[in-house]
Design a protein around this ligand. Structure first.
Ligand code: IDP
Ligand code: MG
Length: 169
């Protein structure tokens, strides 16, 4: 009996933990300027992922230096910070099973020249320094980025009506 209860508990926790993975996705200034905000959001929405938070802001160089701290030694870092702070962006948090990895699949390879057709970058941009969108590369960096761009109150708890039509349980 206890075994069955433990199994149910384990299954419940496993399922819940899986479905509540979160990633940080951001539409970069070129995505905003080129009028691609709706198109990019639609990809994540149609896939079945759940929007948890979103805002529209013109980010400071200081915020972007923190966001891209891991790349600070790269030769393209100053240009990257300048590009990313050149206009408003749309930072978002999306949630769902495997959303970090699948989110990056939806975005496509970093360099649009290598991004497969059908992906956001593969279909909508050409050069690595103008690749229109950002996506976290691990659950750990997703958590860091979410905390950098959003506070706890901005993360919305809700259950989409279609949940049972997207997930088996
Ligand atoms: P990612 O955005 O796919 O995670 P990262 O390697 O983390 O790729 O690089 C962050 C961002 O820096 C890229 O999305 C791109 O905008 C920019 N970037 C990366 N490599 C280059 C480069 O060689 N030249 C110019 N910009 C680059
Ligand atoms: Mg990255």
């Amino acid at each position: 009996m206890i075994g069955i209860l433990l199994y149910i508990f384990y299954f419940f926790v496993k399922t819940m933990a899986g479905n509540s993975e979160r990633t940080f996705i951001m539409i970069k200034p070129d995505g905003v300027q080129r009028g691609l905000v709706g198109k990019i959001i639609k990809k994540f929405e149609q896939k079945g992922f759940r929007l948890v938070a979103m805002k529209f802001l013109w980010p400071s160089e200081e915020l972007l230096q923190k966001h891209y701290a891991d790349l600070s030694s790269k030769p393209f870092f100053p240009g990257l910070v300048k590009y990313m702070s050149s206009g408003p962006v749309v930072p978002m948090v999306w949630e769902g099973l495997g959303v970090v990895k699948t989110g990056r699949v939806l975005l496509g390879a970093t360099n649009p020249a290598d991004s497969a057709p059908g992906t956001i970058r593969g279909d909508l941009c050409i050069q690595v320094g103008r690749n229109i969108c950002h996506g976290s590369d691990s659950v750990e960096s997703a958590n860091k980025e979410i905390n950098l761009w959003f506070n706890e109150k901005e993360l919305v708890q809700w259950t989409p009506a279609a949940k049972t039509w997207v997930y088996e349980d």
